[in-house]
Every structure is written in structure tokens, then in C-alpha cells.
Ligand binder design. Structure first.
Ligand code: COA
Length: 192
């Protein structure tokens, strides 16, 4: 068995991971077709578009639908994050199955509307992802990667206790690959 792709537990409700979950400040909704507009508005926020490129509404709708299919097939993918009190659209993030550096892994990522940078929301989403991976999914490792020059994303990884592994090339661009093992799960992860 791939150590970072655990077999589904026979007695685990396959819908369990697809329910909304809550952190201290955020409601996390598994992304599906109903999030097409919110995803489009996030990806076309100039602060995010600098990293994610140009998106049309149709492309964002296809992406939201794709993520929904992955939730169905894999029991895991990204969440849309909303503020629990105000309902504001904060961003998206969480886990997905990915093939990185020649192997299957659980990857953790985040993207926030620019107006919400600097509040710890990406770190909060990331903690929920680690909790999900190492708790319910029984994973032994989670990876994260970003363009080497994306210092804010690297800082989130470091806050979450990821360790830099190496640089990798994706599409001719240099990315920094980080790894986080279950053994390094420390105190203070909020329950989701
Ligand atoms: C990457 C990205 C999500 C990081 O956002 P961020 O706001 O810097 O990260 P966090 O939400 O964890 O917030 C951390 C900041 O909030 C501060 N903060 C405030 N309250 C905090 C809390 N409770 N917990 C942690 N940090 C907190 C931290 O001190 C830090 O401040 P600093 O930037 O002055 O050092 C954001 O830059 C982004 O969306 N970029 C575009 C998309 C992207 O590049 N995604 C990654 C692709 S791999």
C-alpha cells in the first residue's frame, strides 16, 4: 500500500469527509459545481491571479465541477472557506490527491482573497487539512509545494511545521517541495 495513500477504512462512512467542517473562524465547504462563481471571483482577484493566471467563468465552472468529482471519487479535495460570523468568502484550500515528484501524495494548498491576507486564515485552513489527513484519513505524510519565489505560501508551510525537501520543476518553473509527517503533528491543531 502506498504509505501516503491509505486504503479507505471499511467502516468509514464514505460521505463523512464530504461534509462541511468548522475551524475557529471558518466554515469549510467541499467544493462542487455550486461554488463556480465563488471560485471564479477568487481566481480573478488580482492578488490571486498573479499566481493562478487568467480564468474565464466557464473554466472556473469546469474546475469547480472537477473538484466535486474528486470529492466523490477520492473522498477528499479542496474546500471553499467562508467566515463563520460574517459569511464572507475568504478563499479556498485543503487537501487533494496529487502525483508529485514521481509518486502519489496528499497535497495541501491555499489561496485567499487579497483583502484577507495577514490574518492567519491560510494557516487555519492548513491545520484543518492536516487534521483531516492525519486523523480521519490515517495518512503518514502530507506534501505542499509552491513557486520558489512564493514566500507567503512558503511561510504558511513553515508555520504548519512542514520541512523543505527540495526544489522540483513543474512546467519548466522551479517549485519548492515541502513535507510534513504525521509524527510531527504537534499540539494546538483545532478540531474540525
Ligand atoms: C499564500 C497565501 C494564502 C498566504 O496568505 P497569508 O495571509 O500570508 O497567510 P495566513 O493566512 O496564514 O496569514 C499569515 C499572516 O497573518 C498573521 N496572523 C495573524 N493572525 C494569525 C493567526 N491567528 N495565525 C497565524 N497567523 C496569523 C501572521 O503573522 C502572518 O502575517 P505576516 O504576513 O505579516 O507575516 C496568500 O498569499 C495567497 O492567497 N496567495 C495567492 C495564492 C497562492 O499563491 N497560493 C499558494 C499557491 S501554492
Amino acid at each position: 500500500m502506498d504509505p501516503i495513500r491509505p486504503e479507505p477504512l471499511a467502516d468509514r462512512d464514505p460521505r463523512a469527509g464530504r461534509q462541511d467542517r468548522f475551524t475557529d473562524r471558518l466554515r469549510l465547504e467541499p467544493i462542487g459545481p455550486q461554488h463556480a462563481t465563488d471560485l471564479y471571483e477568487l481566481y480573478t482577484d488580482p492578488a490571486v491571479a498573479e499566481w493562478y493566471g487568467r480564468w474565464t467563468p466557464a473554466e472556473a465552472a469546469a474546475e469547480a465541477a472537477r473538484m466535486g468529482r474528486h470529492w466523490q471519487a477520492d473522498g477528499v479535495h479542496k474546500w471553499m472557506a467562508y467566515h463563520r460570523s460574517t459569511g464572507a468568502r475568504i478563499g479556498r484550500g485543503g487537501l487533494s490527491r496529487a502525483h508529485v515528484d514521481g509518486r502519489n501524495c496528499l497535497e495541501l494548498g491555499w489561496a485567499l482573497h487579497g483583502e484577507f491576507w495577514g490574518n492567519g486564515y491560510a494557516t487555519e485552513i492548513g491545520r484543518a487539512g492536516l487534521d483531516f489527513a492525519f486523523g480521519e484519513l490515517g495518512a503518514t505524510e502530507v506534501v505542499s509545494f509552491t513557486e520558489t519565489r512564493n514566500h507567503r505560501s512558503r511561510a504558511v508551510m513553515e508555520r504548519l511545521d512542514f520541512r523543505y525537501a527540495k526544489d522540483i520543476s513543474i512546467g519548466g518553473e522551479a517549485f519548492a517541495l515541502y513535507q510534513r509527517s504525521a509524527e510531527r503533528l504537534t499540539d494546538g491543531l483545532p478540531s474540525s
